[in-house]
Design a protein around this ligand. Structure first.
Ligand code: GLN
Length: 194
């Protein structure tokens, strides 16, 4: 489908293999990103789910926090899922953890309460077409509010669960844990192919 396209996946921890699989299903080449040199030549980057405090610390240690923040602010398309959504955010409620701070969003971590640690639901997401998307949440964060410039793509019970700001895309759920590749396809459309 999209030959010649190379998408990096931050490979420090978390749901790396699942994102790789979703992209390979779409015929996209993937690169594991473990240090700043790995960012060279990629057309887009995915920040997978995991644990955002740990991922942030590792990114800092490997020089990736600064390198990815720079690439993102220069227009590299970045998809952050779950932990990735937290790392992309400028504001994280009650936390001073390391972050990229690229999106004008306010994030609440582990926000669905104990009894809802993990759950799944069919959600209508207009930008993905008519068929609802099967969303999987695991100790998920949500975006409490967003400043101007952020496009809300899915809001449920007042919580923002999918958002876009220019070249940046964030989901509170895990699109890589389903066979539905529509979120990845939507993300790939952000790549400027000229
Ligand atoms: N609760 C995790 C965090 O704060 C995110 C969970 C996930 O990525 N599945 O980083």
């Amino acid at each position: 489908m999209v030959s010649g396209m190379k998408v990096g996946i931050l490979a420090l921890q978390g749901a790396i293999r699942e994102h790789r699989k979703s992209l390979h299903r779409l015929g996209v080449e993937t690169v594991d990103v473990l240090n700043p040199q790995d960012l060279k030549g990629i057309n887009a980057l995915i920040l997978p789910g995991g644990e955002s405090t740990t991922t942030g610390k590792l990114m800092l240690r490997y020089g990736l926090l600064e390198a990815i923040a720079r690439a993102g602010s220069q227009g590299l398309p970045i998809l952050g899922t779950c932990t990735g959504l937290i790392l992309l955010s400028k504001h994280i409620n009650h936390s001073n953890q390391h972050r990229l701070g690229l999106m004008d969003t306010y994030v609440e971590r582990n926000a669905f309460g104990r009894q809802l640690e993990s759950f799944e639901a069919e959600m209508p997401v207009p930008v993905l077409g008519e068929k609802p998307f099967h969303t999987v949440f695991i100790r998920a964060p949500y975006i409490e509010k967003a400043d101007e410039g952020v496009e809300v793509l899915l809001r449920y019970q007042g919580k923002i669960l999918f958002a876009k700001q220019d070249n940046l895309l964030a989901t509170a759920f895990h699109p890589e844990l389903t066979d539905d590749t529509r979120v990845h396809e939507y993300f790939l459309q952000l790549i400027n192919q000229d």
